[in-house]
Ligand binder design. Structure first.
Ligand SMILES: Nc1ncnc2c1ncn2[C@@H]1O[C@H](COP(=O)(O)OP(=O)(O)O)[C@@H](O)[C@H]1O
Ligand SMILES: [Mg+2]
Length: 426
């Protein structure tokens, strides 16, 4: 906070009159300190209250008026076009006062009276008031202001507006100006604090929205692949294969009616071709038809099953170390299983391995997985950019989208290790 010098009145400590005066100014000094303290307490009380701003400014204005001995007090906020307008809620003004409609222009290049008085600190007291400021109120339509002072409401160099007090019974003294300046500076810091808090609030809301979108996406990823496969498989089954069966039956009838003529041999060949098409479609169907859509009850059991079928089909010796926590969310289980399945499919397709080890365990509030094989290995940088080969890219993306990470370590001749971690919370 900027320092505000406290002016002392009557600095003539010599002589009888001097003694009385210095006693009076010591009392004034004490009163000013108390007033300043009370006003500052009112400002800082806002820091841990849930009051909204009008309520707060209403209370603060009342405290300031009371401490300074004024009948009214108001905060004026500087708008983008250099005009001061009343900040709700002022203290001591009647409901229909012109104060609510008043606009005080600062002047474009700082030549305005308010600019000079308030921001350049040139406010002079004459007979307990600032005649210049009083004139401004009159021009703004506020007829019944008897005396007034106003100071900058600011945060460091940043101008927020003005704090003004009106109508002290015996006019305003230099100490009142001092107290008011302190209030203006404290209210400025508070305003800045409030603004950054709001901003933080907005950021937190945006972050929460982004998190919700990510959760949504993630759940879709966990279920989406299966869903697409299911739709494809049923279209294949209900449409293409049935049409094909229809075509074969038609062909059968054609063959019967054309027995012995020139077309018979060609029709025979066509029938064979159709059989082959049907066979390959059925194979496709078994390949894409989703494995039980719903995830297994037990994740380590599901991993063991996949390892077992790898052993049966490819003769690769499996090892599993499972130390999984309970209550892993379904979407996370889905991601873990999909990533392990892709890694194991790769071992079967590419590695020529004899052994594969899967380690799954709870770590750092999530699930960590390592799939290691003793196969051929490969150059990681090359393989992740081959068009059409997206298995490993998908493994990485799934882990990262879930808020985790994935590392692929491999070298030709040295086997492969795929490691990833996903947090337990989405
Ligand atoms: N365990 C592994 N051992 C050897 N090579 C692998 C292994 N995993 C992946 N690769 C190599 O990385 C490439 C990319 O893998 P991936 O993205 O899963 O695509 P795809 O399996 O469809 O080829 C593979 O084509 C293969 O050359
Ligand atoms: Mg693959």
């Amino acid at each position: 906070m900027e320092s505000v010098a406290l002016p002392l009145e009557g600095n003539d400590p010599m002589g009888a009159e001097g003694g009385a005066r210095s006693r009076r100014s010591a009392q004034q000094l004490e009163r000013s300190h108390e007033s300043a303290l009370a006003a500052m307490t009112a400002v800082s009380s806002y820091l841990d209250s849930d009051e909204d701003l009008p309520e707060f400014f209403g209370r603060l204005s009342a405290t300031i008026a009371e401490q300074i001995g004024a009948r009214r007090a108001a905060f004026w906020r500087l708008g983008p076009r250099g005009t001061l307008a009343l900040q709700p809620a002022p203290f001591g003004f009647e409901d229909h006062s012109a104060v609510y409609e008043a606009r005080l222009p600062l002047g474009a290049r700082g030549e305005g009276v308010v600019e000079r008085l308030v921001f350049a600190d040139e406010l002079g007291l004459v007979g307990g008031t600032s005649p210049d400021l009083d004139r401004i109120w009159r021009e703004a339509g506020l007829e019944n202001i008897k005396n007034s002072i106003g100071v900058a409401w600011r945060a460091g160099e940043r101008r927020i507006g003005m704090v003004a007090v009106y109508d002290a019974r015996h006019g305003f003294a230099a100490q009142d100006l001092w107290v008011l300046r302190l209030v203006g500076a404290a209210a400025g810091l508070l305003w800045q604090y409030k603004e950054s808090e709001d901003e933080l609030g907005h950021t937190a809301v945006r972050l929460e929205e982004a998190m919700a979108a990510r959760r949504h996406l993630l759940n879709n990823i966990a279920a989406g692949g299966d869903e697409a496969r299911r739709r494809f498989a049923s279209a294949l089954h209900d449409d293409s294969l049935q049409l094909l069966t229809g075509a074969e039956l038609q062909l059968e009838r054609l063959r019967a009616s054309s027995a012995g003529n020139d077309h018979a041999v060609q029709l025979d060949q066509l029938r064979l071709t159709l059989r082959k098409v049907e066979d390959s479609l059925r194979r496709l169907l078994t390949n894409v038809s989703p494995e039980p859509l719903h995830l297994p009850n037990d994740l380590s059991e599901a991993i063991s099953e996949r390892l077992e079928s790898l052993r049966v089909r490819a003769g690769i010796e499996p090892h599993i170390e499972s130390r999984l926590p309970v209550d892993i969310p379904q979407a996370i289980q889905g991601i873990v299983l999909k990533n392990i399945s892709e890694a194991l499919t790769n071992v079967e397709k590419h590695a020529c391995a004899t052994r594969v080890t899967v380690v799954v365990e709870g770590a750092d509030g999530g699930v960590r997985v390592a799939v290691r094989d003793d196969g051929t290995g490969f150059v990681v940088a090359e393989s992740v950019r081959v068009p059409g080969h997206i298995g490993l890219v998908a493994v990485k993306e799934r882990a990262q989208l879930a808020g985790g990470w994935c590392r692929i370590e491999s070298e030709p001749g040295a086997g492969t290790k795929i490691e990833f971690w996903v947090p337990m919370t989405l």
